[in-house]
Design a protein around this ligand. Sequence first.
Ligand code: ATP
Length: 293
Amino acid sequence: MRVYVAGNITVDETWSIADIPQKGSSIHGNKVSQDIGGKGANQAIILSRCGIDTRLIAATGNDSNGSWIREQIIKESLTLLPSQPVYRHSDTSIILNSADGDNAIMTTTAAADAFHLEAIEPLLADARAGDILLQQGNFSLEKTRALFRLAKARGLTTVFNPSPVNPDFAQLWPLVDIAVVNESEAGQLQPQGIATLVITQGAAGAWLIRQGQRQFCPATGASVLDTTGAGDTFLAVMLASALLRGVAPDALALTHASQAAAITVSRRGTLSAFPRCAELAALLGTRGESVII
Ligand code: ATP
């Protein structure tokens, strides 16, 4: 069984500045860090760190950022497809952190947009019934729908995390087997008719809604430093926990997910904050009791 993650991969540059710039201003800033980001990449990396055979289908550009991404991703145990760049700049997020703790984020989608369906479909050629297709909200409605249709026709299980949200994504629910949404996405997209629905509620926890039953999983207590990537960690570990046990996402999968997300929120950054392989192996090896990591 394999998970195909079709989505985006970015270079995340974090800059510290005195204040968010006004129109027409010129300011000084310090580049604090550079990390791999993008919801597709985040979720694929964590799945692979859980020991899941993972293919990340995401475009990198033909620029120095693209070379850097491809060099970094080799350190993870997943396969990035295609291995060749698209003829665009790599997608980049510039994260501006001001001294008063506020932030502003600017993200490009040129590489993801230039990654056409005709180029993506052959990368799913070896997908088999029982494999998983996981998508987020970084592709257009049409591309996301076409990939889910292809997956359903081949007998794959479809998983959707519609973030960033597009109101038209509500049309896709009939194609989705497992949905993971936060409260705001749930409010906007009104998910319905989905076999497994998970609604996350930040520091409060998450609901699992399945076969007419609702179960609540509280968040795991953490000394919170930075909540970036909590949702990606939660989704990937929930899915991995269920897949490794050969079951649909259940209460234990949500408990494992919540424990892993607590690790992520207790560290700064994105990729650098994610739980490492040994940490994930330790918590996935339990029946939900807390582990000292
Ligand atoms: P993101 O900020 O990554 O986009 P999201 O909005 O998709 O996240 P959230 O609902 O914020 O998702 O969080 C997902 C899960 O992460 C929660 O259900 C919870 O288990 C965990 N989590 C989030 N924030 C905290 C926190 N402050 N303390 C502990 N756990 C947290």
